[in-house]
Design a protein around this ligand. Sequence first.
Ligand SMILES: *Cc1c(COP(=O)(O)O)cnc(C)c1O
Length: 301
Amino acid sequence: MNIPNEHIDMPLLREKGVELYLKREDTIHPLISGNKYRKLKHNLLEAKKAGKKTLLTFGGAFSNHIAATAYAGHEQELKTVGVIRGEELQDNWQDNSTLTLAHEHGMQFHFVSRTDYRLKNEASFLQKLKETYGDVYVLPEGGTNALAIKGCEEILTEEDTVFDYICCAVGTGGTVAGLINAAQPHQTVLGFPALKGDFLTEEIRTFVHNDRWKLVTDYHFGGYAKVDQPLIDFINLFKDKTGVPLDPIYTGKMLFGIFDLVKKDVFAPGTQILAIHTGGLQGIKGMNRILKKKNLPLLNV
Ligand SMILES: *Cc1c(COP(=O)(O)O)cnc(C)c1O
């Protein structure tokens, strides 16, 4: 699948002589958008090949991976189980638009406390889940494993060799790892983590074959799913000027970061940047509910 790159024309970019293109992976599918489609592709083939009937995976209440897995399972006639972080959601998950969407596509939920959720990679915890749900195909949190990274290596194509920088939002690091492996020797990959923490560099290192990459850690806005007014204003302005919607958890923060680096002359005039629009737009609805409660301006859709 070859996704087109869209040229982004904004006054700051023209002023600094920086060329920015967006790879519109968000257009792959309204629900299994972007990198979650890439990460599931080879895993679904593997699950089918192994004769599994059920996918089991992990995520929080806003997880695009949970939404995507539910949809993909529905489409491929595989049952899905979501191990969801936060016991308190047990009684009010209907108020959460991501979980409602996943439920509509047949996902069964297994709510666990934040403490138990931390055990999600332990063999004994997985064993218990298998006793409950049978011979399931387990996808880790965010869907990141070797097959997912293989899928993300397919994001870049021959036409993308013209770019100097490849930029991508980072959650678990699987997507950026695929990009790093697929990038050309003259290209640098910049990852923009959407959450706080230094563990990501080590994690990504275990998946990649070169060191032509860097994490830009200044644009997480306080942590995963945290937003503030300047970020919301930026996302709304970007939509208004370019017509491209950004999600508030990942791609909005990455593009805010790219524009800030352009402003600070980090990129020389003539630099060509390709930013990956990894999707995540299903999360806007849920974020707007939170913004409304906090009396903050809403994201335009
Ligand atoms: C999950 C997600 C990411 C992060 O992907 P990782 O492979 O976990 O780093 C980035 N953007 C969007 C829109 C996502 O849904």
